[in-house]
Design a protein around this ligand. Structure first.
Ligand SMILES: [Zn+2]
Length: 192
């Protein structure tokens, strides 16, 4: 992600996603936990009454400012994108995970898991093509891109070989399909 030149916030705490995205994950996680804890403590204190701004140990629990709430949002987005990194899907698929297994792990349909992977691979390839600097090694090579699309493409009908097929559902172990050419239904194990 090209966020190297993201401007830092005036007080050096990020309030936009691009500012948060350049922070190391461990640092972002700590800062997020600190703000989140203070946010919860201040809400608890507010229930105690007007004098309830201080906890038992005398710890101040001031409510978060608007700026800090924005920081919490920006850090949360950074962390969410980090933990949902599509590269992990790529690694799991390459290691032998099936599309139904990927789908179950991510709480999505296997159809969307395939579509999201194809979109991600296309973006990686577009990124590689856009990089004029030959020293930059990000993105996918043409061969990697083709391989990724093959991995995620819908399986051909085992009866007639047609690719005019429609995804009809999945569980954790299989996918079901309907062939628009021979009008038969069938299931596959969803292996990439
Ligand atoms: Zn068919």
């Amino acid at each position: 992600m090209s966020t190297n030149n993201a401007p830092r916030a005036a007080d050096d705490h990020p309030v936009t996603y691009l500012q948060a995205a350049v922070m190391p994950v461990a640092e972002a996680l700590m800062r997020h936990q600190l703000l989140d804890r203070r946010d919860r403590l201040s809400k608890t204190a507010a229930h105690v009454g007007p004098q309830g701004r201080r906890r038992h140990g005398g710890t101040p629990s001031e409510p978060l400012t608007v700026r800090e709430l924005l920081e919490l949002l920006a850090l949360g987005e950074h962390l969410a994108r980090h933990f949902r990194d599509p590269l992990r899907v790529h690694h799991a698929v390459r290691a032998g995970a099936t599309w139904p297994q990927i789908a179950a792990a991510r709480a999505e349909t296997s159809f969307h898991a395939r579509q999201n992977y194809i979109q991600w691979a296309d973006e990686q390839r577009a990124w590689a093509l856009a990089e004029a600097d030959p020293g930059v090694t990000t993105g996918m090579s043409a061969a990697e891109h083709i391989a990724a699309r093959v991995i995620a493409c819908m399986p051909a009908c085992p009866h007639c070989g047609s690719h005019r097929i429609v995804w009809a559902g999945n569980d954790d172990t299989f996918e079901s399909w309907h062939c628009s050419a021979c009008h038969r239904d069938y299931i596959t194990g969803g292996r990439a």
